[in-house]
Design a protein around this ligand. Structure first.
Ligand code: PGA
Length: 247
C-alpha cells in the first residue's frame, strides 16, 4: 500500500497564501514517479479554490474538521455535506489543537466519526496522542488505548471502509521535538494491535509531530508507519515535496 502524506495547513495561511501554496505545489512537483498518496487540508474558506487548482493533479484535498450535526441553524460551523460537494477525500478529526483550544472531547470526536462514516464516503483521520507528563509517567500506551476505545465506541465500520489513525504525541507538535522513529514505531505497533482487537483490521496509521524533510525517511522506514501528518513543514512546497519523496 502507498504511504499517505497529509499536509495540515491549520489556520496558518490566508486565502491568497493558500492558493499560492497550491499553485507552487503543482508547479514544483518533482518529475519522478509519485510513490505516496498526497493530500493537503486547507482552511475551510480556501478549500473550494484550492480544489480548483488541484483538480486533475496527483494531489487530493481534505478538511481539518466539520460539525457532526446535519445542515441547519449552527452559526459558524461547516457541514460534512458541504465538504462532500467540494469533493474532500479526507477529514481530520480530533486534532490536539481542537481538543486543547475548542474543548473537543473524545465523545464529540466519536460523534463526528460516526457522522463521517454514516453520511459520507470521506476517509476519517482520527488524531490522538499523549502529552509529555503522561509519557514521562510511563502511561502513554494506557492513554492512547483509552482514547482509541472512547473515539471508537459503538462505531461500526463497513468492510469497504478504512480507519486512519494519526498518532501525534502532543509534546512533538510544533515543538521541533520529534518522537524517535523507534518510539513512534513502538506506539504504532501497539495501536495496530489495539485496533485489531477492537475489530478494525482495515486501518492505516500516520505519525505526526515535527515531521521535517530530514526525519521523514527514517519515520517512513518503520514497518507500522503508513504515512505522515505534517503541519509546519507542509506550508512550503520546498519542505513538503522532500517529505513526500522521502521514502
Ligand atoms: P507539526 O504539526 O508538523 O507542525 O508539528 C503536526 C500536526 O499538528 O498535525
Amino acid at each position: 500500500m502507498k504511504k499517505l502524506i497529509i499536509g495540515n495547513w491549520k489556520m496558518a495561511l490566508g486565502y491568497q497564501q493558500s492558493l499560492e501554496l497550491a499553485e507552487n505545489l503543482v508547479l514544483s512537483q518533482p518529475p519522478r514517479p509519485l510513490l505516496a498518496e498526497v493530500v493537503v487540508c486547507p482552511s475551510p474558506v480556501a478549500i473550494s479554490s484550492v480544489a480548483n487548482i488541484l483538480e486533475g493533479t496527483a494531489i487530493f484535498w481534505g478538511a481539518q474538521d466539520a460539525a457532526e450535526q446535519t445542515p441547519g441553524a449552527l452559526t459558524g460551523e461547516t457541514s460534512l455535506e458541504s465538504l462532500v460537494e467540494l469533493d474532500c477525500r479526507f477529514i481530520l478529526l480530533g486534532h490536539s489543537e481542537r481538543r486543547q483550544f475548542f474543548n473537543e472531547t473524545d465523545a464529540i470526536i466519536n460523534a463526528k466519526l460516526r457522522a463521517v462514516i454514516e453520511r459520507t464516503t470521506i476517509k476519517p483521520v482520527v488524531c490522538l496522542g499523549e502529552d509529555l507528563a503522561t509519557r514521562q509517567f510511563g502511561q502513554a500506551e494506557e492513554k492512547v488505548s483509552r482514547q482509541l476505545q472512547a473515539v471508537l465506541a459503538g462505531i461500526i465500520l463497513p468492510a469497504d471502509r478504512e480507519l486512519i489513525i494519526a498518532y501525534e504525541p502532543i509534546w512533538a507538535i510544533g515543538t521541533g521535538q520529534t518522537s524517535t522513529p523507534e518510539q513512534a514505531q513502538a506506539m504504532h505497533q501497539f495501536i495496530r494491535q489495539e485496533l485489531e482487537q477492537l475489530g478494525y483490521p482495515n486501518n492505516r496509521l500516520l505519525y505526526g509531530g515535527s515531521v521535517k524533510p530530514d526525519n521523514a525517511a527514517s519515520l517512513l522506514a518503520m514497518p507500522d508507519i503508513d504515512g505522515l501528518l505534517v503541519g509546519g513543514a507542509s506550508l512550503t512546497a520546498d519542505s513538503f515535496w522532500p517529505i513526500v519523496f522521502a521514502q
